[in-house]
Design a protein around this ligand. Structure first.
Ligand code: 13P
Length: 253
């Protein structure tokens, strides 16, 4: 049915040499698993995209970026367009990561424009959603995730949404070592699948992949992937260690 999809978000880590080395080790470690049984991508910092792309060449591991700007070109100092990402060999782009929402201050409206620009530029967006700890404690998880989904995908036809991956990343589980239990994650994944059904119908909602992210490690990846609506993993810290990332990829099959 839905092919598993594991992506590594390297965030603001590595240097040029380390990024290439990591990419080479990921290629060696994932071997034949990547591409055939599971889609795999790595998302290095912008400045290393080309070098990492070269290191991935002839592997089945795709290149992704961590962000994109919504304008096509012009006076937007420091920003990177979808066309530029495409030009460097990117297939995927992460939109609305919680660190961009909560550290940089991105809004649902801005994220919606980014997803739109990514699709228009021929990239496959990974739209991140997820609640803060205080929102979970206040029983606001459903409200927050519903709003992020509806506003993030506002104005998209079913045809467009087909190319989007959703990543549920509870903010309290990111980089904290505090993973959501498989049941907690499944509950929100089922909510997201239900929203997709409501918005686009059952056929499409059955096809869209929903990744889980937040302290994914080799020892919890299999159990998370065993949940009905968890179709992949968006991995932060553990994607910086090739052995761990390869073990996660293998656990996702
Ligand atoms: P960690 O795996 O380090 O918790 O990060 C998750 C994440 O934010 C991936 O995008």
């Amino acid at each position: 049915m839905r092919k598993p999809f594991v992506a590594g978000n390297w965030k603001m880590n590595t240097d040029g040499h380390g990024a290439v080395k990591l990419a080479e080790e990921v290629v060696a470690g994932c071997g034949e698993t990547a591409g055939h049984k599971v889609d795999v991508a790595v998302c290095p910092p912008f400045v290393y995209l080309q070098q990492v792309g070269k290191a991935l060449h002839s592997s089945h591991i795709a290149l992704g970026a961590q962000d994109v700007y919504f304008e096509q070109k012009g006076a937007f100092t420091g920003e990177i367009s979808a066309a530029m990402l495409k030009d460097t060999g990117c297939t995927y782009v992460i939109c609305g990561h919680s660190e961009r929402r909560h550290v940089i201050g991105e809004t649902d409206e801005l994220i919606n424009k980014k997803v739109k620009a990514a699709l228009a530029g021929g990239l496959l967006p990974i739209l991140c959603v997820g609640e803060l700890l205080e929102q979970r404690k206040a029983n606001k998880t459903t409200d927050v995730v519903t709003r992020q989904m509806k506003e993030g995908l506002a104005g998209f036809s079913a045809e467009k949404v087909e190319a989007v991956t959703i990543a549920y990343e509870p903010v309290w589980a990111i980089g904290t070592g505090l993973t959501a239990t498989p049941e907690q994650a499944q509950e929100v994944h089922a909510l997201i699948r239900g929203l997709l059904t409501e918005m686009y119908g059952k056929k499409l909602s059955n096809e869209i992949r929903i990744q889980y992210g937040g302290s994914v490690k080799p020892d919890n990846a299999g159990e998370l992937m065993g949940q009905e609506d968890i179709d992949g993993l968006l991995v932060g810290g553990a994607s910086l260690k090739a052995d761990d990332f390869a073990a996660i990829v293998k656990a996702a099959v």
